[in-house]
Design a protein. Structure first.
Length: 149
């Protein structure tokens, strides 16, 4: 596991505000973009910031954590300077979004290899199953403060 805030010392990662948890998602993926919209609707308190993986900062963070681009087969949750990937990241995101999403921690009863295998199956097939956006999903008017770029 990387040390907290390790990206701050990486010269290839531009400075960004990291005072709130950040969800890095594939902005071209329809499923991922729908998830981002759902987070915006459910997260009334504005706990999360969103960042498209295709942005310069998103790509720099993927590289920093040794993840391949442009596949973006995992969302990244950065919380308190630490990255969370695959099922662990998703469970941590969902638990903050209120009922029924807050029940997601029950999936921790499954062994991580099983959870991550299911996550990987969806991640590898998401573009085929749900489609691809031509343009990256970005903030809508009034939501600019919820997005990083």
């Amino acid at each position: 596991m990387p040390t907290p805030y390790s990206y701050r010392t990486d010269p290839d990662v531009p400075f960004f505000p990291d005072d709130k948890p950040i969800i890095i998602f594939d902005g071209h993926c329809v499923l991922c973009s729908r998830f981002a919209r759902m987070v915006l609707r459910r997260d009334k308190a504005g706990r999360f910031r969103l960042l498209p993986a295709q942005s310069p900062l998103g790509e720099a963070l993927y590289r920093h954590y040794g993840l391949p681009t442009p596949q973006y087969e995992t969302n990244i949750l950065i919380e308190d300077g630490l990255p969370f990937f695959k099922s662990d990241g998703s469970i941590r995101m969902f638990r903050r979004l209120g009922f029924p999403w807050s029940l997601a921690p029950v999936f921790r009863l499954l062994p991580r290899p099983i959870r991550d295998a299911a996550y990987g199956l969806v991640a590898r097939n998401r573009l085929r199953w749900f489609g691809r956006r031509e343009a990256c999903y970005l903030a809508e008017p009034g939501q600019e403060d919820r997005f990083l770029s």
